[in-house]
Design a protein around this ligand. Structure first.
Ligand code: 13P
Ligand code: SF4
Length: 357
């Protein structure tokens, strides 16, 4: 039963004490959030993983790329467990290292040499946190960097100081939305479709681009539409609409604000009592925020519901099993990144951690 699982988790936590650190993403189920030492967006959780050297066991309630990042940033004596190994991210799976290496080679061939007075690199690669360790390592090796939805603009500014173009993967929407905020016109952005390299365009089209955007997306955030925003505004005059930047450009432009999950949480916490807020992000988070703020009208833009099915795979039964195994001396579902990949990925992650948003 739910109560039994809850007490098993509580008991295992008690036995492990400060040796255990449970990190949970905002999209996790309420029963998981209740047991997390920290809940946060992917940037905050990556930082939390670096701040607890006393914890021998980090249990990451989130998706695979987040656990990999925690393993890269934590110290070698610490282990990272993902309670259910099938908790992946479909967007992260939309770019693999072979495709990125191939894209890089074609773009480098297409982009002309720098003018003599321009010391910037032809292209800087930026990977969204939602990517495999191999892609982060690629960025580490090629003068690039990692970003999350909470620091994408500062990271892009960092990249444009060092390079004339940016290759942004895997989420086209976060890349496009951030570029638009910085005043880069859409005609200077070009999509890269890994199934149709160069996409029928001439090499010149890529050479003239400022941003080359990988054709990846989040299936949860891609569901939100401008029509949903219009309906929300009709139903609740004065409603504030806030959306995650993984939504399409049209949705972000029709909204009143956009930002990471931490931004969404902050906006709702700080909104005055009585306000109405329509949210374009994952449903577990929106429902929890609505329950925590009964004095405000908080609802998801998508009436049909849009859960992140992989985040949802961290069921309390998996968490109980993972913790009890650790108590018995067996670290199950351990996520380890090989040392060479981890060293290169750490370079790109540490560049990100040094950038001030
Ligand atoms: P945040 O970093 O904003 O939490 O986003 C992670 C994510 O996967 C959103 O879909
Ligand atoms: Fe990946 Fe989308 Fe789920 Fe975020 S919401 S973890 S981007 S599938």
């Amino acid at each position: 039963s739910d109560a039994e699982l809850d007490s098993r988790i509580t008991e295992a936590k008690r036995k492990l004490g400060s040796q255990l650190l449970i990190l949970g993403h905002f999209y996790q189920r309420d029963e998981i959030v209740a047991h997390a030492d920290y809940i946060g967006d992917s940037f905050q959780l990556a930082k939390n993983a670096t701040e607890h050297p006393e914890a021998r066991y980090i249990v990451f309630c989130g998706v695979h790329f987040m656990a990999e990042t925690a393993d890269i940033l934590s110290n070698p004596e610490q282990s990272v467990t993902l309670p259910n190994l099938s908790a992946g991210c479909s967007m992260a799976d939309m770019a693999n290292i072979d495709q990125v290496e191939d894209c890089w080679k074609q773009l480098m061939d297409a982009c002309p040499d720098n003018a003599d007075d321009d010391v910037r690199a032809p292209i800087i690669p930026i990977t969204y946190m939602n990517s495999s360790a191999a892609l982060k390592a690629f960025c580490g090796r090629h003068g690039g960097i990692v970003c999350t939805s909470s620091n994408a603009r500062a990271v892009l500014e960092w990249a444009f100081e060092r390079g004339r173009r940016v290759l942004f993967f895997p989420d086209q929407h976060l890349g496009r939305n951030t570029g638009m905020q910085m005043g880069i016109p859409p005609e200077r952005m070009r999509l890269w479709n890994p199934r149709r390299p160069m996409g029928g365009s001439t090499a010149d089209a890529y050479a003239n681009a400022r941003m080359i955007l990988w054709k990846g997306f989040c299936s949860v955030h891609q569901r939100f539409t401008v029509e949903q925003i219009e309906r929300a505004r009709q139903a609740y005059p004065g409603v504030k609409v806030i959306v995650h930047p993984e939504c399409s450009m049209e949705v972000v432009q029709a909204a009143d604000g956009t930002g990471s999950t931490a931004y969404i949480v902050r906006e709702i916490e700080e909104a005055p009592s009585g306000s109405a807020i329509a949210v374009g992000t994952e449903i577990n988070l929106v429902n929890r925020l609505a329950a925590e703020h009964p004095d405000k009208t908080i609802f998801c833009l998508d009436p049909v519901v849009c859960p992140c099915s992989t985040m949802y795979r961290i069921h309390p039964a998996y968490l109980a099993w993972a913790l009890e195994s650790i108590v018995e001396g067996d670290i199950v579902n351990r996520i380890t990144v090989d040392p060479r990949t981890a060293a290169d990925a750490r370079v790109a992650l540490e560049r990100m951690l040094e950038v001030r948003p």
